[in-house]
Design a protein around this ligand. Structure first.
Ligand code: SAH
Ligand code: F3S
Length: 453
């Protein structure tokens, strides 16, 4: 039996990569299963951004390797960022891992599994593990196949791989390699095909999407290739909403800010990683903007879209971060009034410049700073949700909610809404009047004059 269970750690890019691997495996006759206790092949698609993410995957792999004792045909693979970061050295701690595949080789997974199976069938003891973490020109173009659930409404589309920014704390340039963009035509065609298959909302993905195509396409009348791509996707009739992640603050020039005023499908939700509100720390992080410039981008976007929603990434406890510097982060964080935020305690990543900076911050201090920002975020989020109470929001109906009690969808501001609806509304934009809110979700009633739900 070739039942494959794929477990994904980390970001949306990883989720997208796993989906593409699943699609390739299916096409090769493997079955993708959701139950890890009923699989013959387990693939862990891993994350290296923080040590905790690596430790989790290593723990899981150690545990999964025991399945080999009960089932000698069981195969275990480690894919993605940690595979790239640690390579064959993973075998020192995890000698039973059969497959280690880096971030530019996802498309090789079906061949490698076939090879391992063929060796088993020949009765040979398993060959030594397969390790492939080489670079491959054009590998960004291999993340294109989708496994869509029945009536899937939202989809991720990878537009780029890698990052050349070299933020001092970040392992991604090492795990994902140089920035490489996919051709605009291929991306647009993929979005069109998804629209034909019923997808209504596209999230464009990359490590630094605002740099999309900068080496491959010219600006047209001051419009960057990334905004040109947004225009193209905006023009696809079946697509109703567009999102993207992650951008870099330095990509928010006039053309992108104005795009929020003219591209009606571009949702008024921006993930704008701040990392720190201290100019000295930003410089040490090698982030090329100041707190004032960051604030100006937020203000400019709010001028174009007063109802803009913002989320951000913050690192607390970067080496040398003083109480005063953290206070500056806290102040800017509060001023920007985020609807959502991902707050990280700095984690040493071997091989990055920040790992060798002295003055590492004690855990308790990181923890306390983390808690302070979380409290501000929760208050902001509650305040935002309270303002939504009684309003009518445009909701894209995604499908039945997990509990099967009703339906769920999202507002343009990416708030989850629960409401009563019917199957035939899946994929439609509907008005929902919000009548109850919690910190995390909204509840409401469909407002369809004269239409029976
Ligand atoms: N551009 C990428 C960034 C990847 S890392 C993206 O698409 O999201 C995601 C976030 O993890 C970063 O924005 C940063 O806030 C956080 N991060 C990265 N390296 C980190 C480290 N060493 N310790 C703590 N947080 C880190
Ligand atoms: Fe990492 Fe900075 Fe790029 S956070 S992914 S090096 S923009």
């Amino acid at each position: 039996m070739n039942r494959v269970y794929i477990k994904t750690y980390g970001c949306q890019m990883n989720e997208r990569d796993s989906e593409a691997v699943a699609a390739l495996l299916r096409a090769r006759g493997y079955r993708i299963v959701q139950d890890e206790n009923a699989c013959d092949v387990m693939l862990l698609n891993t994350c290296s951004v923080r040590d905790m993410a690596e430790q989790k995957a290593i723990g899981k792999a150690g545990y999964a390797a025991q399945k080999k004792k009960r089932n000698p045909r069981f195969l275990l693979g480690i894919l993605g960022c940690m595979a790239q970061n640690r390579g064959a050295s993973l075998l020192d701690a995890l000698p039973d891992v059969d497959l280690i595949v880096g971030t530019q080789k996802f498309h090789q997974v079906p061949d490698y599994l076939d090879n391992l199976r063929a060796a088993q069938a020949a009765g040979a003891p398993l060959p030594t593990s397969i390790v492939d973490i080489a670079e491959e020109a054009g590998s960004q173009n291999t993340i294109r196949d989708h496994v869509l659930e029945d009536r899937q409404v939202t989809a991720f589309v990878s537009i780029q791989q890698g990052c050349n920014m070299d933020c001092a704390f970040c392992i991604v340039p090492k795990t994902r390699g140089d920035e490489r963009s996919r051709p605009m035509e291929e991306i647009v065609r993929e979005c069109e095909e998804l629209a034909e298959r019923g997808v209504r909302e596209i999230t464009l993905l990359g490590q630094i999407v605002t740099s999309y195509g900068r080496r491959d396409y010219a600006h047209t009348d001051g419009v960057t290739p990334f905004v040109q791509l947004l225009e193209r996707v905006n023009a696809i009739p079946g697509i109703k909403r567009i999102r993207f992640t992650s951008p870099h603050p330095r990509g928010f020039k006039d053309d992108l800010i104005q795009a929020y005023g003219r591209l009606e499908k571009l949702c008024e939700y921006v993930h704008l990683p701040m990392q720190s509100g201290s100019d000295r720390i930003l410089k040490a992080m090698n982030r090329p903007y100041s707190r004032d410039r960051y604030r100006q981008i937020v203000d400019d976007l709010r001028r174009v879209r007063p109802d803009m929603y913002f989320s951000t990434d913050i690192i607390v406890g970067f080496p040398g971060e003083t109480d005063e510097e953290f206070a500056q982060t806290r102040e800017l964080f509060a001023a920007c009034n985020y609807d959502m935020a991902y707050i990280f305690k700095y984690s040493i990543r071997t091989g990055t410049p920040a790992a060798d900076m002295g003055d590492q911050i004690p855990d308790e201090v990181k923890e306390a700073r983390n808690a302070e920002l979380l409290a501000i975020l929760q208050a902001n989020s509650n305040r935002r949700n309270a303002t939504l109470l009684g309003t009518t929001q445009e909701v894209l109906v995604e499908g039945p909610d997990k509990k099967g009690l009703g339906f769920m969808g999202r507002t343009r501001g990416n708030r989850i809404v629960h409401f009563a609806a019917s199957d035939r509304l899946i994929g439609e934009l509907v008005p929902v009047k919000i009548d109850r809110v919690s910190t995390a979700v909204l509840y409401g009633q469909l407002e369809l004059a004269g239409v029976k739900v």
